[in-house]
Design a protein around this ligand. Sequence first.
Ligand code: 5GP
Length: 112
Amino acid sequence: MATIFQKIIDKQIPADIVYEDDQCLAFRDINPQAPTHVLVIPKREIKSIDALSPSDGPLIGHLFVVVRQIAQQLGLSDGYRTVINCGRDGGQSVDHIHIHLLAGRSLSWPPG
Ligand code: 5GP
């Protein structure tokens, strides 16, 4: 069954898209945890960090280059945080790997 993110990639359900290219899509999180909360996902479904293979390296690297590009595009000059939740204890709720880009407030550490 298609994940909610696959449906967003396929434009079956709407999303507030901030960036798109042939390899990835970035859109605003529906339940933002900071003033800026964007999700960056590959168009090819990879379920989680645990499902990565060595050949995925360039794609994952590309996602982080896109994070930097979005940070510039959105003017996040005071900094930001990237998070990739993995598995149950990591708090992953959608089985399609995604980078959270959080910004717009001072973020505490350690996370909960
Ligand atoms: P995870 O918990 O897997 O790390 O992150 C999944 C994220 O996807 C959550 O922050 C959640 O708010 C977001 N999300 C879930 N469903 C939708 C949706 O339909 N649209 C958007 N834009 N974000 C979603």
